[in-house]
Design a protein around this ligand. Structure first.
Ligand code: NDP
Length: 461
């Protein structure tokens, strides 16, 4: 490269870096108390400098300024009556972040920790994740600070009906298609679908995904996020000449994502030795007996501490963060955001971890991710690695609109193919833009370019 070319290149790079800094500072000023949202924004915009240096048209058309502001965001009162006849009030949210690629798509989370920052971080990440799947879906997210855990079935039903009495005005099969997330499973989706049907006076199956199989759900949706994570990690391992066989794996959480990640990893010959809930974790050096975990979940007595009743040789450790001090080859965080901080990442590395695959959304802090990358750990970021759930949700929408139901094997094969493509597109983008092997920047860049091009094609709206 000539001196002039080198100077031009570094000038473009400098301009891109300055633009990103300006954009990030403005976002921070505009959303001062939204730490999770700002964390998600920082991770993405920091990856984009080489793309912007190469394609200044994205800066000229204000892509980041537009991307960082949701197209529409609502919060609403959700009043409901508990079993004692007392009025309760929760807050509901839906953030419709970006519809450049298709109807807004993203789950609803019911958990006491839900607030605007959490919903926005999840909705923002969803834009890029959905883009990576190659499916025609935009990004959104929603939820409520309602906690279904300590409520009766009738209380959950009354809450879901009240929530949908407002939400139905803003969603539809061609506009916004919510799904489940933490605290929202087939039961909650069923109650919300029933209320939507009643309010609209029409059976529009494609308005929600994660539905029961009797009324438009897709086979393999329940398994999709956990299986998809393992398919993604398998691609990553195969690229380096490794596989799951004989590896020791720990998986945090014991919910939907965690259970099916454990199931598929074990099917591929790994020994899964630990899982957790928010109270503590279990360590079974003989390998976790998944049937026992599933049984605990089904009976509603879902504390993993009860595992030791059936498996007295297993150890129960109070405090869920203890799971990260158990030595393993592969760690799959599948519980919640920021469950791995820098200190935890150090412990994992000191204990010999080789691979980290994120099943939960943003389970590692920025410092933890940097440490994994600097230590040459094979790192699969959530945006790419847990996209299997939403990908199959999109397949559910396709089945609904064609009024067909595909077999489990059909859906699972499509899921495998999608995860493979996500891996390949991410690794390719990382290499094209000067960060070979770095799937964090690769996934961000591959997801971003598609959305940015679609936004530019649709004009300044
Ligand atoms: P679930 O509610 O089914 O399960 C969550 C699990 O994590 C529960 O076992 C819960 O325990 C546990 N948990 C919560 N906080 C902690 C903690 N601090 N330490 C250890 N365990 C904890 O949720 P999902 O499995 O559906 O979702 C898990 C994550 O995956 C979330 O980040 C979600 O956004 C993400 N995700 C989910 C998708 C899906 O299809 N379900 C799709 C893509 C991402 P407890 O019962 O004690 O609360």
């Amino acid at each position: 490269m000539s001196t002039i070319e080198t100077t031009l290149k570094s000038d473009k790079q400098k301009k891109a870096n300055q633009y990103i800094e300006k954009i990030y500072n403005a976002t921070e000023q505009r959303n001062p108390h939204e730490s999770e949202f700002l964390q998600a924004v920082k991770e993405i915009v920091d990856s984009l400098a080489p793309v912007l240096a190469h394609h200044p048209q994205y800066m000229d058309s204000g892509i980041l300024e537009r991307l960082l502001e949701p197209e529409k965001s609502i919060s609403f009162r959700v009043p409901w009556v508990d079993d004692q006849g007392k009025v309760q009030v929760n807050r509901g949210y839906r953030v419709q972040f970006n519809s450049a690629l298709g109807p807004y798509k993203g789950g609803l989370r019911f958990h006491p920790s839900v607030n605007e920052s959490i919903v926005k971080f999840l909705g923002f990440e969803q834009i890029f994740k959905n883009s990576l799947t190659g499916q025609p879906i935009g990004g959104g997210k929603g939820g409520s600070d309602f906690d279904p855990k300590d409520k009766s079935d009738m209380e959950v039903m009354r809450f879901c009906q009240s929530f949908m009495t407002e939400l139905y005005k803003h969603i539809g099969p061609e506009t916004d298609v919510p799904a489940g997330d933490v605290g929202v499973n087939a039961r909650e989706i069923g109650y919300m679908f029933g209320q939507y049907k009643k309010m609209r006076g029409a059976f529009e199956a494609g308005v929600l995904t994660g539905k029961g199989l009797q009324y438009g759900g897709s086979l393999a949706r329940t398994e999709a996020t956990g299986y998809g994570l393992v398919y993604f990690v398998r691609e990553m391992l195969e690229d380096k000449g490794f596989d799951f066989n004989g590896k020791t794996v720990i998986v945090s959480g014991s919910g939907n994502v965690s259970i099916y990640a454990m199931e598929k990893a074990a099917e591929y010959g790994a020994k899964v030795v630990a899982c957790s809930d928010s109270d503590g974790c279990i360590y079974d050096e003989n390998g976790i007996d998944l049937a026992t975990i599933k049984e605990l979940k089904e009976t509603g007595d879902d504390r993993v501490s009860a595992y030791t009743d059936k498996h007295p040789n297993a150890q129960y450790l109070e405090d869920c963060s203890n799971i990260w001090s158990i030595p393993c080859d592969i760690a799959l965080p599948c519980a919640t955001q920021n469950e791995i901080d820098e200190e935890t990442a150090k412990t994992l590395i000191d204990n010999g971890v080789k691979v980290v695959g994120e099943g939960a959304n943003m389970p590692s802090t920025t410092e933890a991710v940097d440490l994994f990358l600097d230590s040459d750990i094979l790192f699969a970021p959530a945006k790419a690695a847990n996209a299997g759930g939403v990908a199959v949700s999109s397949l559910e929408m396709s089945q609904n609109s064609s009024k067909l139901m595909w077999t489990f094997e059909d859906v699972d094969e499509k899921l495998k193919e999608i995860m493979k493509n996500i891996y390949q597109n991410s690794i390719q983008a990382a290499s094209d833009y000067g960060t070979p092997g770095n799937l964090v920047s690769g996934a961000n860049i591959a997801g971003f370019i598609k959305v940015a091009d679609a936004m530019n094609a649709q004009g300044i709206i």
